[in-house]
Design a protein around this ligand. Structure first.
Ligand code: SAM
Length: 348
């Protein structure tokens, strides 16, 4: 999938075909105006105000405590962007806003939208990163409030991935114990424990994260089987032959090769015989497979971590070096550019 300039009539189609449309203006100004309009609508509570039904601009402004004239500008921009509809001076939610942006929608990505404000600031560092080669240390930069936004933002996007991950991850027979490294919200662990009734999971994350991730996990009502452990996956003892599944999701992109090799060694030691180590993350671009998204994500990750996206081959190499047997990698359909490299610890 990719973003693009879409002509709306025959003349525009022709101009685009003969390359007379200044597409860089759409890729930049239109893209950031659109992004910020939708983000502002979310943050100011416009979509939430309309959850109960159509309202006039004055009613929305009163609910959102915003300036009435400026609110009309935002509402009309959201109509133009396809997020709101208008009829007889009343505004209502378009299906896209109803489905994805309301806090209580089953498919809500509201919390990810709020996290976008932090990510917006991070991307402002691109020029500095490219000039100096120095990425941001995001985990050290976050305020306590931003840690909360980060954890809730992560949870908001895994709702629709967790189901596929849970079905496509190999699991040893009669698995009893899972370790979710850098597991944050713990939603992957919840999905696995719901599928495998004999399984219990430990979600290991930093103290700053667990402080905010604990209430997110508590909402799942699984505290008898899924528990947080405060710690540091880079230095903590992960145990010996303690786990049937170790999941390392969206974690290795934060660290350099030597750090990941060491983590995988310790995770392999911590697996029971026939146990599975599953590493999943954003993948580097490969020919013909979502190159725009993957390459943009690679720069994004490089700016915000010590490393960037890692290939299946790199992950399998760490696993082999740790005595594991890599399996065929999996590309997830629910999130383009995201995949899993699993490996098994040989049976005794
Ligand atoms: C990008 S999030 C991924 C969260 C979750 N695994 C997922 O896939 O949605 C990375 C997580 O790793 C955690 N983390 C970073 N460094 C860590 C460390 N040294 N030890 C444990 N957790 C760490 C962060 O706090 C954050 O919750």
């Amino acid at each position: 999938m990719k973003l693009g300039v879409i002509p709306e009539n025959l003349i525009e189609r022709l101009l685009l075909a003969i390359k007379l449309v200044p597409t860089p203006l759409f890729d930049t100004q239109v893209a950031f105006m659109l992004a910020r309009t939708v983000m502002a609508g979310t943050k100011l509570g416009v979509f939430e105000a309309l959850a109960i039904g159509p309202l006039t601009a004055a009613e929305i402004a009163a609910q959102c405590k915003t300036d009435p004239r400026a609110t009309i500008k935002l509402l009309n921009a959201l109509v133009g962007a396809g997020y709101l509809r208008t009829k007889r001076e009343r505004y209502s939610l378009a299906p896209v806003a109803q489905k994805w942006l309301l806090k209580d929608s089953p498919r809500s990505i509201y919390d990810k939208m709020m996290f976008h404000f932090t990510e917006w600031e991070w991307t402002a560092n691109y020029e500095t990163y490219v000039r100096t080669g120095k990425p941001l240390s995001i985990h050290e930069m976050l305020s306590d409030e931003a840690w909360g936004v980060y954890q809730r933002g992560m949870r908001a996007v895994v709702g629709f991935q967790a189901y596929e991950v849970m079905w496509r991850t190999p699991m040893p027979k009669n698995a009893r114990a899972m370790l979710d490294v850098g597991g944050s919200h713990g939603y992957f662990s919840v999905a696995f424990c719901r599928r495998y009734p004999g399984l219990r999971a430990v979600v290991l994350d930093l103290p700053e994260a667990v402080r905010h991730a604990a209430p997110i996990l508590a909402k799942e009502g699984m505290d008898d089987r899924v528990a947080h452990r405060v710690g540091n996956a880079l230095t903590d003892d992960l145990g010996i032959e303690a786990w049937d599944l170790v999941l390392i999701s969206q974690f290795v992109h934060h660290f350099d090769d030597a750090t990941n090799r060491d983590l995988v060694q310790r995770a392999a030691r911590a697996l029971r015989p026939s146990g599975i180590l599953a590493i999943q993350d954003v993948l580097p671009a490969t020919a013909g497979k979502d190159p725009e998204l993957s390459l943009l994500a690679d720069l994004y990750l490089a700016n915000t971590s010590q490393s960037g996206s890692r290939s299946f081959e790199e992950m399998a190499d760490w696993q082999r070096a740790a005595g594991l047997v890599p399996r065929k990698p999996v590309r997830f359909r629910s999130l383009p550019g995201f995949g899993q490299q699993a490996a098994m610890k040989p049976a005794r």
